[in-house]
Each structure stands twice: as C-alpha cells, then as structure tokens.
Design a protein around this ligand. Structure first.
Ligand code: C5P
Length: 239
C-alpha cells in the first residue's frame, strides 16, 4: 500500500491552528485567510468556547477540520465521542495512543471520512516525566512502541515532531499520515516551541501535514504568512 497522502496539494498540507479565544475572532481570521487556507485545527481553547459548531460550519463550507481534543477515556465513552465528531464532518481527530482508546476510536470511525490521529507521547514529556508517571521506558522507545500499536490497530496517522518524522516513517504503515506541529518559517520567532523546523525541512523529513499556529494567526498579515508557508511546502514537494 502506498502513502495515500503523497498526492495532496501543497496548500492542503497546511493546517492553521485556530488558537484564538472566541468564535468571533476565529471567524474574522477565517474570513481574512479566505482561500489561502483549506484546513483548520480547533483545540481545547476554541472548542470549549463554542468552537464545535464553528467546526461543523467550516466542514459544511468545504474546509477541512482537525478536532484536536486528544481523547482518552474508557472505550465506550471514546467511541460515543468519536461518533459525535464524525457527525460534525471533521477530517482529523486526535486520541492518546493507548491501545484501548485507539481500538475504540478506530472502530467508531470505520466507514466514515474521519481519520484518527494517535498522539504517541506529548512533546512536553522527557524521560524524567515518563519515569515520574510510572513508565520504565524512555521517550523514543515509547513513541516507537505506540506507533507500532497504532499501525497494527489501523489508526490513520500520528501527530509527531518533525524530528521524529523520518524515524516513524520507517515504522508506520505507508498509508498512515504524519502530522507535525512545531513549524517555524525561517527567521520567525520560536515562541515556546523547543524543537522547531522550517516547513521545507519538515516535509523533507517525511511530514504529510504541517500544523502552524502563531506564525499565521499572530502575524500582521496572516494571509501573506500562510501563502509563504504554502510556497515553502511546494518547494519541498517538488524536490
Ligand atoms: O503556535 P504554534 O505554531 O506553536 O501552534 C502549534 C499548535 O500545535 C498548537 O495548537 C499546539 O497545541 C499544537 N501542538 C504542539 N505540539 C504538540 C502537539 C500539538 O505544538 N506536540
């Protein structure tokens, strides 16, 4: 099976994170970005401030939506939650990459257009955090273990840092996608991201989709910032 995301157009590989305080501000941003952006991510901040009806409206208007709620609960609760996200018309949904959670999510999304993304180990965790949480395993081993489990369960993709992307490419199924945050166009501020990569380098490392927040939504000219990132993605995909 080949990578089914290989043919995705450069513009459709950019996912803009709507990390904004309310729906009115998010709608103004979407209007400003207009046709420059086809894919949006809605996370805790906006989802818990009225963002889920916005997600439904965006999907209804032909945009793609990534609901980043990193679900983790008993299987039945995860499955019912996934069904609700399917009904919104979302394209991506994150769950923590625990086998029980992934199985429930994969089962509940079967036959729909929703792709489940596994979050292997949060990038804010280091080996000491895992040890404190009771794991006798380092971060890279746990990432690889959970990636293999995601592949075997039939999860559609993984969220990972650009640095992890090339190693994970070798582990996961070719049909799975890699979605990568921590992207910074050359010369822009790293904000609180510790490990950053340019759009071009992240695509070259094997990422299929790039999640970008502040470099677009906090830019004085969000539309131009988005177009510049799309141009860098296009350069990388031509190589
Ligand atoms: O503003 P910035 O481009 O740093 O936003 C990145 C987005 O990706 C945020 O919505 C953040 O929650 C998300 N994210 C991340 N690192 C991860 C997982 C998700 O930055 N490991």
């Amino acid at each position: 099976m080949t990578n089914k995301h290989a043919a995705v157009a450069p513009r459709d590989r950019l996912i803009v994170a709507l990390d904004l305080p309310d729906v009115r501000i998010a709608e103004a941003m979407i209007t400003q970005l207009d046709e420059a952006v086809t894919f949006y991510k809605i996370g805790y901040q906006l989802a818990f401030a009225g963002g889920l009806p916005l997600a439904r409206a965006l999907a209804g208007s032909g945009k793609k939506v990534f609901v980043d709620l990193k679900m983790h609960d008993i299987g039945n609760t995860v499955a019912r939650g996934v069904e609700s996200i399917v009904s919104i018309g979302a394209t991506f949904l994150t769950v923590h990459a625990f086998p029980q959670t992934m199985k429930a999510a994969a089962e509940a999304s079967k036959g729909s257009d929703l792709t489940i993304l596994g979050v292997t180990v949060l990038t804010s965790y280091d080996d000491a955090d895992l040890s404190a949480a009771g794991y006798a395993m380092n971060v890279s081993d746990l990432v690889a273990r959970r990636a293999r489990q995601a592949r075997d369960i039939g999860i559609g993709g993984l969220v990972c840092s650009a640095e992890e992307a090339s190693a994970l490419r070798d582990v996961i199924a070719p049909s799975m996608c890699l979605v990568t945050p921590g992207i910074r166009p050359a010369g822009s501020s790293s904000d609180d991201q510790k490990r950053i990569m340019t759009p071009r380098a992240a695509i070259a490392a094997g990422a299929d989709y790039l999640v970008v927040g502040r470099p677009v939504v906090a830019s004085p000219d969000p539309r131009a910032a988005a177009e510049a990132i799309v141009a860098q993605i296009a350069q990388a995909t031509r190589q």
